[in-house]
Write a protein that binds this ligand. Structure first.
Ligand code: SF4
Length: 402
């Protein structure tokens, strides 16, 4: 079986670099137009051009999202952009609309991935896209593991991609208008406000302003608040399917999230293909250490049920905080760090290496990288110099427990 690609989100340039640093084979990103994460930083044309060069210089791939559901106005604006992407030699575009599919085929030869928003849940629809010329189908999140196996067997000669980790929609992905109705923001144009996760009350028309709580339990009601997908506990079964690409969701999550999730799944994929796979409970600890809404197996094992919802809060859970990134390595025991969240001298922190085990240490004395002034506390955005034998490399991240 061919080793699948590990595909990580790249909401901006730093997140792309981080994904590659921590083991991604490929990233997916949106430009300033036509992608379903209009609220991510996204890439300007110049940034995208340099991102593709950067990725290709390392033998890695870049897929660009074009998965809006465009109306006439937007579709008529797309061909120049598609030609631009073709000139960059991106490795694929992610498309959900048939009009966009047709346009990409008529003005370029960019390989096309069919977006999860196209809701491919059966082998016939996958086969049809193959016959129409798609290179890859990204299966709907609503497909079970058993169905994935059947699709793989019945349509062997097309690339299949599936989400393995990240946020879930409470509706069929991309078939949702809650945000359009409640916030006039079109989810299918990348502007979803996640209205499904809002906390809802009832208001009686003759008593405006009086919000009547709807109790599902002692905490309130979060009827539409799905937990996040996590496949790590049965990941060997996911790998058994023979998928071509394993996708991590999260273009609007932080770079540190990308680092930890990518590294964890990288380790699991590599272990499986070395032939000595054994589930490591530490993987789950790692995935819980970064922003999550608690975990569900999504549709993989069983249809979602009441346990797939979070009823207590719409907030994120995490156990660790990103405190610094290695900006420069002067020597094996002297480093310049960029501080991302306050850290104190003497605090226990972990160096999250790009491969291998993390290293726990106490923050040594720090000095301002510009002035040389000693600082016991370093705040966000400050650059500090530390002297410590860490065996770190540029791009490694440092975290602390919270
Ligand atoms: S409102 Fe919720 S269910 Fe609808 S598209 Fe947005 S995240 Fe998905």
């Amino acid at each position: 079986m061919k080793k699948p690609e590990l595909l990580s989100p790249a909401g901006n340039y730093e997140k792309m670099e981080t994904a590659f640093h921590y083991g991604a084979d490929a990233v997916y990103m949106g430009g300033e137009l036509f992608n379903l994460r209009a609220l991510a930083d996204n890439f300007t044309n110049e940034q995208m051009s340099s991102a593709v060069l950067y990725a290709h210089s390392m033998g890695k791939k870049v897929y660009v999202t074009l998965n809006v559901i465009p109306h006439n106005r937007e579709i008529d604006m797309m061909d120049e952009y598609i030609k631009f992407l073709s000139g960059l030699k991106v490795d694929g575009v992610i498309v959900s609309d048939l009009g966009v599919f047709d346009l990409v085929r008529s003005v370029s030869d960019i390989p096309i991935s069919i977006s999860t928003q196209a809701s491919n849940t059966n082998w016939r629809s996958v086969k049809m896209f193959k016959e129409m010329g798609a290179k890859r189908v990204i299966l709907a999140r609503e497909v079970s593991l058993r169905e994935m196996i059947q699709i793989r067997q019945r349509v062997p000669d097309i690339e299949l991609e599936a989400f393995i980790h990240g946020a879930m929609c409470i509706s069929i992905s991309g078939r949702c208008l809650i945000s359009n109705y409640l916030a006039q923001r079109d989810a299918n144009m990348g502007l979803c406000t996640h209205s499904c996760r809002w906390k809802y009350y009832l208001m009686e028309e003759k008593r405006p302003g009086e919000y009547l709580p709807v109790f599902e339990d002692d905490h309130g009601t979060y009827i539409l608040n799905s937990k996040d997908l996590c496949t790590i506990e049965f990941f060997d079964e996911v790998l058994d399917v023979g998928l071509d690409s394993l996708k991590i969701e999260g273009r609007i999550k932080g770079a540190f999230y990308n680092a930890v999730v990518t590294k964890t799944y990288r380790q699991a994929v590599d272990m499986y293909f070395r032939g000595d796979y054994a589930y490591n409970p530490f993987w789950m600890e790692e995935l819980r250490s970064v922003s999550n809404r608690q975990f569900t197996s999504g549709f993989y094992l069983n249809p979602p049920d009441s346990d797939s919802q979070n009823y207590t809060t719409t907030s994120y859970f995490y156990t660790h905080q990103f405190v610094a990134k290695v900006l420069e390595k002067i020597s094996s025991s002297e480093y310049i760090l960029e501080i991302r969240n306050q850290v104190l001298q003497g605090e226990e922190v972990d160096l999250v290496r790009s491969t291998g085990e993390n290293l726990t240490f106490f923050m040594p004395p720090m000095e301002d990288a510009l002035t040389g002034e000693e600082c016991e506390t370093a705040n966000t955005n400050r650059k500090v110099r530390i002297f410590k034998a860490l065996d770190a490399v540029v791009g490694d991240m440092i975290r602390k427990k919270i």
